[in-house]
Write a protein that binds this ligand. Sequence first.
Ligand code: 1HN
Length: 347
Amino acid sequence: MNDLGRIEDLPLDYREQLGALNLVPLWPSLRGVMPAHVPTRKTQPTHWSYQQVKPLLLRAGALTPIEKAERRVLVLANPGHGLDKMQASAAIYLGMQLLLPGEWAPSHRHTPNAVRMVVEGEGAWTTVEGHKCPMSRGDLILTPTGLWHEHGHEGDQPVIWLDVLDLPLVYYMEASYHVNGDGQRQAVNPGQGHRQHARGGLRPTPVFQAADRRYPMLRYPWADARASLLSLAEDDPTLDFVQMTYINPQTGEDAENILGFYAVMLRPGQTCRLPARSPASVFHQVEGRSQVKMDGGLFTLESADTCCAPGFTAVELSNLSPSEPAFLFMADESPLHRKLGLFEVRR
Ligand code: 1HN
């Protein structure tokens, strides 16, 4: 690779004159911002063990009341970006959030899009724009950009969930802000999107109602995602990667605008090699145990463990059980890459 020279090669007085006028020579930095063939990635393969996170999160529950924290979260930060940046990848934020019995995290809305993947505990709920979504293990709950949301907990054990947001991207764009609610609980409306959209290929058809809601489905129960995966796997035993995308059932598009969300089933003993693709991705073990292998990382995902893979990296997923299927939740930056025309698969 040809060297375009170093900044130090230029005379000091010239560099000082440039700096004083807010000018920078491009050539010494050109290779850095646009390396040959493969981008520089700060995102490092990183694994977060739920068994290690959980006691520290419970301790946060004892140390910091919810009224003080508002959202009691330990961020799963990628060391490649610097822990203070609170990034799992360029565009993905991950956090483990704890709500104790009786606690309430008040209503607010913000520009970053979020989803919650419920990890443990029963009896909690998230109300999104007046739609009360019960939270059970594996349920995916959307809180898309601009929608009011609050969390409550009527159960008797701690509830923990994984938050996935596009915060790093929205922050980078200088578009990240929040608005607090009035401190009151939202009024709850009837209706559950997943019941209105209970079967693929059929869409509810309102005649006497106003225009369709932009986000008709806010809760994707795990029982439905799991049943869909089993059905897909049974329908075609030769299918080599059993994956479902969480979509907006009104449009067929991704459930949210920036990050993509998927449910994956690995057949007993199965190993799948995913090709290197431009977006970074996140893997969270919902049921069973898996091995995740990539350049620079070899992780065993126990139940509720989470790991991330940088973009432009092939990933091999193996179900460690010879007799039971394994189920994973995945998140990635695909919708963003596709919308920007940057999406690539390297074979
Ligand atoms: C947020 O609003 C929640 O509402 C969780 O539960 C995590 C991380 C960054 C910014 C906003 C929530 C968040 C967040």
